[in-house]
Design a binder for this molecule. Structure first.
Ligand SMILES: Cc1cc2nc3c(=O)[nH]c(=O)nc-3n(C[C@H](O)[C@H](O)[C@H](O)COP(=O)(O)OP(=O)(O)OC[C@H]3O[C@@H](n4cnc5c(N)ncnc54)[C@H](O)[C@@H]3O)c2cc1C
Length: 287
């Protein structure tokens, strides 16, 4: 319950943070809200000799519109996502998702950057970012680059981040006005990670699905983008038979672990149930 000894660093710029992390290599870790990393350190599952706290870096904060995108600084807290009028009007899926992450205490400190960079398949934001077609802005010793959320996750706790690199911001294309959206999450109790969850963003035209995107949480080693399921739904009126076919396609790409949240088959089936619910709710919200 007591973490190993570590040195604490508090840089004031991205350049300095990246410099420190590059210098420390495997002996350094970025610290954001600490609500995934500190528990891991207390369990001695992570034993970094150096913590590089990103909290003093002003350029990592804030939510702004830029062209057709919303850009959210990595150190923006999950609570700030729920409180943003810009996000609530432009990408309400983010508020809906934030509100089912943990509890207010965690959300006051936990950050968007930490949630997407952590690589835990139980984190809720990664599948939502895949669903929304978001891009992560990264900064490292070699400069800046962008990686699509759909290409970022390689395995459990294994992402495209290079040593010394940090997520500086998340860039999300604003979905069309009148889009339908939903995040449906099954959890055992308030504050729990998902047994299974599904994110949906869709647009309707003439009673038919014009565009559709689906993300799935905690039913594989990585978050999943259910591209084939979304293709099945496109052009349909979301009738029962088509939804069933899409659910089957989504279930087919899952590979959850059997754990305290249930056997693998149950969790796969719950992913299907969450998807069907999310589709129905997204449709009811679409203009
Ligand atoms: C009781 C409890 C319940 C929770 N329930 C949920 C839940 O239901 N859903 C959910 O999604 N999460 C849940 N969480 C986790 C919470 O959302 C964390 O805040 C989040 O996963 C990590 O964000 P953080 O800012 O706390 O990051 P930290 O814990 O500080 O860091 C997490 C990891 O990401 C790295 N990192 C952090 N920021 C960056 C960055 N900008 N660039 C590169 N690497 C970075 C760190 O080095 C570390 O490896 C829960 C946590 C607790 C304690």
């Amino acid at each position: 319950m007591i973490p190993g000894a570590f040195a604490y660093h508090r840089p004031a710029s991205v350049k300095d943070a990246v410099g420190l992390l590059s210098q420390f290599g495997d002996d350094g870790r970025a610290l954001a809200g600490g609500h995934s990393l500190i528990p891991m350190m207390k369990l001695r599952l992570a034993t970094p000799a150096n913590l590089v706290d990103l909290a003093g870096i002003a350029e990592l904060k804030g939510i702004r519109a830029e062209g057709g995108d919303i850009v959210i600084g990595a150190m923006t807290t999950q609570h700030e996502l729920t409180a943003s009028e810009l996000l609530t009007s432009k990408i309400p899926l983010l508020r809906e998702t934030s509100l089912v992450i943990a509890d207010p205490q965690v959300r006051y400190l936990g950050t968007l950057g930490g949630n997407v960079a952590n690589g835990d398949p139980g984190n809720d934001m990664p599948a939502v970012m895949m669903c929304l077609g978001a891009t992560y802005q990264l900064a490292g010793k070699g400069g800046e680059r962008r990686v699509a959320a759909r290409e970022f996750y390689q395995g459990a706790y294994f992402t495209s981040l290079e040593p010394g690199e940090i997520v500086t911001a998340v860039r999300i294309p604003v979905p069309p006005a009148g889009h339908g959206y939903a995040y449906e999450k099954l959890k055992r109790k308030v504050g729990d990670f998902a047994t299974a969850a599904a994110a949906v963003v869709l647009t309707m035209s003439g009673g038919k699905v014009a565009t559709c995107s689906i993300g799935l949480t905690n039913v594989a080693e990585t978050p999943l983008w259910a591209e084939d399921a979304a293709k099945i739904l496109t052009g349909s009126a979301l009738d029962a038979a088509t939804v069933k076919a899409a659910v089957t396609a989504a279930e087919a790409i899952t590979a959850p672990a059997t754990d305290a949240r249930g056997p693998a088959r149950y969790r796969t089936k719950m992913a299907g149930v969450m998807l069907a619910r999310a589709l129905a709710r997204a449709k009811s919200r679409a203009a």
